[in-house]
Design a protein around this ligand. Structure first.
Ligand SMILES: Cc1cc2nc3c(=O)[nH]c(=O)nc-3n(C[C@H](O)[C@H](O)[C@H](O)COP(=O)(O)OP(=O)(O)OC[C@H]3O[C@@H](n4cnc5c(N)ncnc54)[C@H](O)[C@@H]3O)c2cc1C
Length: 424
C-alpha cells in the first residue's frame, strides 16, 4: 500500500478495496490477505457495534471458521448454541428443524453478538501484512477510468481519501451507496411484513432454543440468548406507525397473549425507545459486477429474515469470491469481467433458491397468520415434520448449511500464516 499526501486528498493504492466491514467484507478481506494480496477495507463506523443485527453464526459459517482455525476464538466470547427450532400454534408445539441431525462438526446455530464475530475476523486479518482496515471511512463515490472502476473516494476522519484499486468490492449492505453510484438498482420482490426487535430478560429455567409463536394476526420469534430473550415481533408491512400509536401497553399485552410465560417480564419494555424496527426487504441485483467492481452480500441481495440466513449467505459469497478471484488471477490475468461474472454464476442458485423458499414461507405461512383473526392450527407440513422427526433435518439443512456451502481455498501465498499463527 502506497500512501501520499497532496494537501487535500490522502491517496492509497491497493490490490483490492472492499467497501463495508460487515460479515461479507471482513471475511473477504481476511481471505484475500491470506492469499498474499494487499487489501483495504473501508468501514464507515468507528466500531462493529450495532444493536439488533444478525447475531447468528450458522453451522456452515462455523465450518468456514474451522477451516481457518478460528472457531476456538468464537468459543472465548459469550455465545449460546441452539440446536432446534420450534413453532407453537393453537394446537401445540412442533419442532420443525433439528440441527443436531446435521452431519457437520458444529450441528447448532451459535448466537453471539455480530460485533464479537467481526472482531474475531478483524483480529485474524490484522496479523496479515496485506490487510488494512480503515474505520470511520465512508465511501461516497466510485472512481472510473479506462472503461472500468479504478477505486473509490471516501470521507475519512481527517478529510477526503482516494483509494486506487485493481478491484473494488461493494460489501456495503442492503442500502449500498456503491450500488447507487454505479446506477444499479436491485429487483424488489416485496415482503408482507416488517419486524420489531426488543429484548426481555430470561429466567434460568425457561425453555431453551428458538421458539416461533403463531397467533391470530401475530407471529413472534423468541430467541434464547442465555440471560435474555431476543424477541422478533412480526407486524404487517408498514404497520410500525400503527403499533406505536396504539401504545406500548398494547404491544406488551399482545406479547403476553402469545407467550404467557413472559407476563412477568414485559414491563421491562418501558417505551418504544426499547424497540427497533427492521424494514424487511427482499431484493437482488440482476448483475453482480461491472468492470473492476463486484457486489457481494446484502449489497447484491437483501434476504428476508425468515431462517436468519443473511449472514450465512454473505459469508458464503465472500468465500466463493476469494476462491474464484484467487484461481482466476493466475490463469487469465486479473480481474477480468469473466472472472467477476463467475462469482455471480456460482452464487446465483443459492441466492435465488433461498429467496424463493423465503417467498413461499412469506406467502403461505406468515401472510395467512398476519391476516387471521382466529387461533390458528399448525399447517399440515409442519405436523408432518413432528410425525417423522428425521424429516426435521431438511429445514435444518436449508437454514444451517444453505443450498450451496463453500469451502475456503488453500492459500498459495508465500507468507501465509498457519491456523495456529492466526490464533495467536
Ligand atoms: C435488525 C436485523 C436483524 C437481523 N437478523 C439476522 C439474523 O438473525 N441472522 C442473519 O443471518 N441475518 C440477520 N440479519 C441480516 C444480516 O445482518 C445481513 O444479511 C448481513 O449482516 C449482511 O452482511 P453484509 O456484510 O453483506 O452487510 P452488512 O452487515 O450490512 O455490512 C455492511 C457494512 O458496510 C458498512 N457501510 C455501509 N455503507 C458504507 C460506506 N458507504 N462506506 C463504508 N462502509 C459502509 C456498514 O457500516 C456495515 O458495517 C439481520 C439484519 C437486521 C437489520
Amino acid at each position: 500500500m502506497m500512501v501520499s499526501m497532496n494537501g487535500v486528498v490522502t491517496k492509497y493504492e491497493t490490490d483490492v478495496c472492499i467497501v463495508g466491514g460487515g460479515p461479507a467484507g471482513m471475511m473477504l478481506g481476511l481471505l484475500l490477505a491470506r492469499q498474499g494480496l494487499d487489501v483495504i477495507v473501508l468501514e464507515k463506523h468507528p466500531d462493529f457495534i450495532r444493536d439488533f443485527r444478525g447475531d447468528t453464526v450458522h453451522p456452515s459459517t462455523l465450518d468456514v471458521l474451522d477451516q481457518l482455525g478460528l472457531v476456538g476464538e468464537t468459543e472465548e466470547v459469550p455465545h449460546r448454541d441452539v440446536a432446534d427450532l420450534r413453532t407453537t400454534f393453537a394446537d401445540g408445539t412442533y419442532r420443525v428443524a433439528d440441527f443436531s441431525r446435521l452431519r457437520t462438526a458444529h450441528p447448532y446455530i451459535r448466537f453471539m453478538p455480530q460485533s464479537d464475530f467481526l472482531n474475531v475476523l478483524a483480529k485474524a486479518a490484522q496479523k496479515l501484512p496485506g490487510f488494512h482496515l480503515l474505520r470511520s471511512h465512508e465511501a461516497i463515490d466510485l472512481v472510473p477510468g479506462g472503461g472500468a472502476i479504478q477505486g473509490v473516494r471516501a470521507r475519512g476522519p481527517d478529510g477526503m481519501v482516494q483509494v486506487s484499486a485493481k478491484l473494488t468490492v461493494a460489501a456495503d449492505g442492503r442500502n449500498s451507496a456503491l450500488r447507487r453510484c454505479a446506477g444499479m438498482r436491485p429487483r424488489e420482490y416485496g415482503a408482507p411484513m416488517d419486524v420489531l426487535w426488543f429484548r426481555l430478560s430470561r429466567a434460568a429455567g425457561s425453555a431453551r432454543g428458538l421458539d416461533m409463536h403463531f397467533g391470530p394476526g401475530k407471529v413472534v420469534l423468541a430467541i434464547d440468548r442465555g440471560d435474555y430473550w431476543q424477541i422478533a415481533y412480526v407486524i404487517p408491512k408498514g404497520g410500525d406507525e400503527r403499533v406505536r400509536v396504539a401504545g406500548i401497553e398494547v404491544l406488551r399485552q399482545s406479547v403476553v397473549d402469545l407467550i404467557p410465560d413472559l407476563a412477568d417480564n414485559v414491563a421491562e419494555l418501558a417505551s418504544f425507545d426499547d424497540v427497533s424496527t427492521l424494514t424487511v426487504r427482499l431484493d437482488r441485483l440482476r448483475r453482480w459486477s461491472e468492470p473492476g467492481l463486484l457486489f457481494i452480500g446484502d449489497a447484491a441481495h437483501a434476504m428476508s429474515p425468515i431462517g436468519g440466513v443473511g449472514i450465512n449467505l454473505a459469508i458464503q459469497d465472500a468465500v466463493c469470491a476469494a476462491r474464484v478471484l484467487g484461481s482466476g488471477r493466475s490463469a487469465t490475468g486479473w480481474p477480468s469481467r469473466r472472472i467477476l461474472a463467475a462469482v455471480h454464476r456460482r452464487r446465483w442458485f443459492p441466492t435465488v433458491g433461498t429467496q424463493l423458499l423465503q417467498r413461499i414461507a412469506q406467502r403461505f405461512l406468515v401472510l395467512p397468520m398476519l391476516d387471521s383473526t382466529e387461533p390458528v392450527k399448525a399447517p399440515p407440513p409442519l405436523r408432518l415434520l413432528a410425525f417423522f422427526p428425521w424429516l426435521q433435518v431438511l429445514p435444518a439443512r436449508v437454514i444451517g448449511i444453505g443450498l450451496r456451502p463453500e469451502r475456503v481455498a488453500r492459500s498459495r501465498a508465500p507468507h501465509r500464516l498457519s491456523p495456529r499463527q492466526l490464533r495467536t
